[in-house]
Design a binder for this molecule. Structure first.
Ligand code: GA4
Length: 317
């Protein structure tokens, strides 16, 4: 294997442009672009979306207010297993990060639980979270509809209907990385997201990096007005490997606090995950993974460490 020299690797890295999807563009070309971005990068930024500035401003303000409270008070939002306030510990198997966070259920049926988690702090926060989730869900469904169109799938809402299902298992995560003296320490270690798609936005403090197919980490310049979309493991299975989930991580900053919020779009627990019919054509192009439910995949996810490759457990022979 030829390993690129430091300089040529750096040159290639600099030449990498993160794909931009302008949601105000005409649909035909747009759907092709979305599919290309998912295929080549598993990652893209979204501009000119329909999430109102006011919804974002209120969400940012309430979240900042929450994290500004004393730890003792924040802990009243409960330990984050599975939902609530978390500090340093990530997941149940010993992963740690230099951050604090809120993990909230984000489907219509569990929103009352979300409200209980954070209502101690302010009922206003619960309302703001609901508004934000509703708005981001719309962007997610728009993107999923574009992918379906771009892939030529006849049923227009084949994927968005899964997210709109009242039993969908979507999650909202708000991460807060306080500034640290030590430069570039790992705020959140390298991993791929297990769900279908992740829609992220942050304040104007950088830290997110994505791992490219070419084998290097590239920083994602922060922009509070944009959303960043990441392909998750389930999308990799649905497209039979045409899309691949993207590994990413977050580094901390020495000067300012980074705050990011992620909406993880997931199906209902009993939903069977298998390659979409048009993504397989045996014998040349057989299914790469065995079918499994989202509940089974979640169970595997929580039995492993953050950076582990969970999809390997579901490979077809
Ligand atoms: C990564 C993506 C989401 O943040 C998350 C995370 C979850 C958690 O923090 O509880 C996990 C992690 C994430 C994957 C492996 C397991 C589960 C921590 C962990 C070590 C909410 C999710 O769905 O999976």
């Amino acid at each position: 294997m030829v390993v690129a020299s430091g300089r040529s690797k750096e040159k290639r890295r600099k030449g990498m442009e993160i794909p931009t999807i302008d949601l105000s563009m005409e649909r035909g070309e747009l759907s092709e672009r979305v599919v290309k971005a998912c295929e080549e990068y598993g990652f893209f930024r979204v501009v000119r979306h329909n999430v109102g500035k006011e919804v974002i401003r209120r969400m940012e303000e309430e979240s900042e207010e929450f994290f500004a409270k004393k730890t003792k008070e924040k802990r009243r939002a409960g330990p984050a297993n599975p939902f609530g306030y978390g500090l340093s510990k990530i997941g149940p198997n010993g992963d740690m990060g230099d951050l604090e966070y809120l993990l909230l259920q984000a489907n219509p049926l569990s929103i009352s639980h979300t409200s209980k988690t954070i209502a101690n702090h302010s009922t206003n926060f619960s309302c703001v979270v609901n508004d934000y989730v509703e708005a981001v869900k719309e962007v997610t469904c728009e993107i999923l509809d574009l992918v379906v169109e771009g892939l030529g799938i006849p049923e227009k809402c084949a994927l968005s209907k899964v997210i709109r299902d009242v039993h969908s298992d979507c999650v909202l995560r708000i991460n807060h990385y306080p500034p640290l003296k030590q430069k570039n320490s790992i705020g959140f270690g390298a991993h791929s997201d297990p769900q279908i798609l992740t829609i992220m936005r942050s304040n104007d403090v950088g830290g997110l990096q994505i791992y490219t197919r070419q084998g290097f980490w590239i920083p994602v310049p922060p922009d509070p007005n944009q959303f960043f979309v990441m392909v998750g493991d389930v999308f990799q299975v649905l497209t039979n490997g045409k899309f691949m989930s993207v590994r990413h991580r977050a580094l901390t900053n020495t000067m300012e606090a980074r705050m990011s919020m992620m909406y993880f779009a997931a199906p209902p627990l009993d939903w069977w995950i298998r390659a979409l019919p048009m993504m397989v054509s045996p014998p040349q192009n057989p299914s790469l993974y065995k079918p499994f439910t989202w509940a089974q995949y979640k169970q595997a996810t929580y039995s492993l460490r953050l950076g582990d490759s969970r999809l390997d457990l579901f490979k077809a022979q």
